[in-house]
Design a protein around this ligand. Structure first.
Ligand code: NI
Length: 169
């Protein structure tokens, strides 16, 4: 698969709602491999297919320090979320150089399919919990800056548009 380009906020395509994957086949596995490649190249910990302009429910994550612990989530669902919430800092490969705090449930239980179509179930908290929720937001067209105030969001929009101009994108 040719190199995937990561869409940048405020690209309207980031607000597309992804459809479920109907079959985990070689086409999806090629997408997954391309997404890992793009994510590692950008030094990210997670990437949703939405961010590479593919609107299917596919997420890749690697929160390990050694960058050798790949997690693939296809058609992910949160089946439990904790009442307890935590405020912690987030960033996004679609909003480079911007970091801000977002309040989210502290723990979630995730059901999904893996790279080979196998069932995957796990509980997540901390960095992984935050990452899963952040990436699942992308699949419904939501970027983390939408949790921030309209004032902050407008500043970020302006900064991103300027960055794109400066880079000639
Ligand atoms: Ni993101």
């Amino acid at each position: 698969m040719s190199k995937l380009t990561i869409l940048r906020y405020p690209d309207p395509r980031l607000h597309t709602i992804a459809r479920p994957v109907t079959e985990v086949d070689d086409r999806i596995r090629r997408l997954v491999d391309g997404m890992f490649e793009a994510m590692y190249a950008a030094e990210g910990v997670g990437l949703a297919a939405t961010q590479v302009d593919v609107h299917e429910r596919v997420i890749v994550i690697d929160t390990s320090d050694k960058r050798d612990d790949q997690l693939v989530l296809i058609n992910p669902e949160l089946v439990l979320i904790s009442d307890e919430q935590v405020l912690s800092e987030e960033g996004c490969l679609s909003v480079p150089t911007v970091y801000d705090k977002v309040l989210r449930p502290a723990r979630v239980r995730v059901h999904a399919l893996g790279r080979e179509g196998e069932r995957v179930e796990f509980d997540a908290e901390g960095l992984l919990g935050k990452c899963v929720q952040h990436e699942m937001d992308h699949l419904v067209g939501k970027v983390f800056v939408e949790y921030l105030s309209p004032l902050k969001r407008n500043r970020i929009k302006t900064k991103m548009l300027k960055q794109a101009r400066d880079e000639g994108r």
